[in-house]
Design a protein around this ligand. Structure first.
Ligand code: PBG
Length: 323
C-alpha cells in the first residue's frame, strides 16, 4: 500500500490543507517572558550579546510588562541586579530590592499578569556562584536557608510563583517547607530541575552580571551528556513538591523535554536560553537566515517535543505576531 497509492504530498499542496493537518500550534499562552530588573529610574541598558534585551529599572519593567500582558502572554519571570553584591548575596532577600519593588509595582497595575521570580544567589554574590562558598566549592546545605529567605521575600512582595535555578540538592523541599510555614501553601514552585552546565548561558551572565569570578558551575549544574540523571533530578524535585519542572537549555535538550513529558506527565517548562536567542538574533541581523521563520520553527519544535510552556526572550514579540 505504499507509493503510488500513498502520496503524503497531497496534504501539503496549499496552505489551507497544511493548516488542516498541522499538529502543533504556538499561542501566546505558551510563553513566559524574562525581564532583568536593575536599580535606578528611567534605566534601559541594552545587553550587547542579546540585541533587543536590556536591563530595565522598575518603571521601565512595568512598561515592558504591560506590553507583554497586552500581547496575552500570561506570565513573566524576573531576574534582579542588586545595588551591591556581597559574599552571601544578601541583596537577594532585601524587601526593597529591584525585584521586590518590581513585583509590587506590577501586581498593583497588572494583577492579571503572573509574576514568577528566579530564585538563585548568582546575581547577588560578589563571587558570582549560586550559593555560599566553602573552600573552593558551593556549600549545598548552607545555601538552602538563603534560598528560602529569598523566595519568602519575593512571595511577601506578591510573587505568584517561585522558580529556583540554583541546582542545590534539596532546595525544592526547603522552599516548599519555608513557604508552607508562612501560610504560602498556595504558591507553586517551578523547579529548574534539569539544568545543565551550558555554554548557552553566556549572554545571560552579561545581562545579569553573574559570571562566576573563579571556577565554573559544573559542581552543581548538570553534565550535558546525562539524560537518565536529568530524569532523576525531575523525579526528586517532584517528590519534594515541585509543581512544574523545567529542562534548560531547550534546543540542545529536546530529547529530555520529550522524555520528561512522557515519563512524568506533569507540566513541563523549557527555557530557550540567552545563547539560543543570541544565535538567531546574530544570524538574523547579519542576513544569514530569516529570523522570523527561524524563531517560529525553533519555538514550535520546543512545543512539539513536549514543553507546556516556554521561557523565551522572544515571548512578547512572537505573541504580538500570533494575534
Ligand atoms: C541563574 C540563572 C541562569 C540562567 C537562568 N537563571 C544563569 C546561570 O545559571 O549561569 C540562564 C538563562 C539564560 O541563559 O537565558 N542561576
Amino acid at each position: 500500500m505504499a507509493f503510488p497509492i500513498n502520496r503524503l504530498r497531497r496534504l501539503r499542496r496549499n496552505e489551507t490543507l497544511r493548516r488542516m493537518v498541522r499538529e502543533t500550534r504556538l499561542a501566546p499562552d505558551d510563553f513566559i517572558q524574562p525581564y532583568f530588573v536593575c536599580p535606578g529610574r528611567g534605566v534601559n541598558k541594552p545587553v550587547a550579546a542579546m540585541p533587543g534585551v536590556a536591563q530595565l529599572s522598575v518603571d521601565n519593567v512595568l512598561r515592558a510588562a504591560r506590553e507583554t500582558h497586552e500581547a496575552d502572554v500570561p506570565a513573566i519571570i524576573l531576574f534582579g541586579i542588586p545595588e551591591r553584591k556581597d559574599d552571601r548575596g544578601s541583596g537577594a532577600w532585601d524587601d526593597d530590592g529591584p525585584v521586590q519593588r518590581a513585583i509590587r509595582e506590577i501586581k498593583d497595575h497588572l494583577p492579571g499578569l503572573a509574576v514568577i521570580t528566579d530564585v538563585c544567589m548568582c546575581e547577588y554574590t560578589d563571587h558570582g556562584h549560586c550559593g555560599v562558598i566553602a573552600g573552593n566549592d558551593v556549600d549545598n546545605d548552607a545555601t538552602l536557608e538563603l534560598l528560602v529567605r529569598e523566595a519568602l521575600s519575593h512571595v511577601r512582595a506578591g510573587a505568584d510563583m517561585v522558580a529556583p535555578s540554583d541546582m542545590m540538592d534539596g532546595r525544592v523541599a526547603a522552599i516548599r517547607t519555608g513557604l508552607d510555614n508562612q501560610q504560602f501553601t498556595h504558591i507553586p514552585i517551578l523547579a529548574y530541575s534539569a539544568k545543565f552546565a551550558s555554554a548557552f548561558y553566556g549572554p545571560f551572565r552579561e545581562a545579569a552580571e553573574s559570571t562566576p569570578q573563579f571556577g565554573d558551575r559544573r559542581s552543581y549544574q548538570m553534565d550535558p551528556p546525562n539524560g537518565d540523571e536529568a530524569m532523576r533530578e525531575i523525579a526528586l524535585d517532584l517528590d519534594e513538591g515541585a509543581d512544574i519542572v523545567m529542562v534548560k537549555p531547550a534546543l540542545p535538550y529536546l530529547d529530555l523535554i520529550y522524555r520528561a513529558k512522557h515519563e512524568f506527565n506533569v507540566p513541563v517548562a523549557a527555557y530557550n536560553v540567552s545563547g539560543e536567542y543570541a544565535m538567531i538574533r546574530a544570524a538574523g541581523i547579519n542576513g544569514w537566515l530569516d529570523e522570523e521563520r527561524a524563531t517560529m520553527e525553533v519555538l514550535t519544535a520546543i512545543k512539539r517535543a513536549g514543553a507546556d510552556m516556554i521561557l523565551t526572550y522572544f515571548a512578547t514579540q512572537v505573541a504580538q505576531r500570533l494575534r
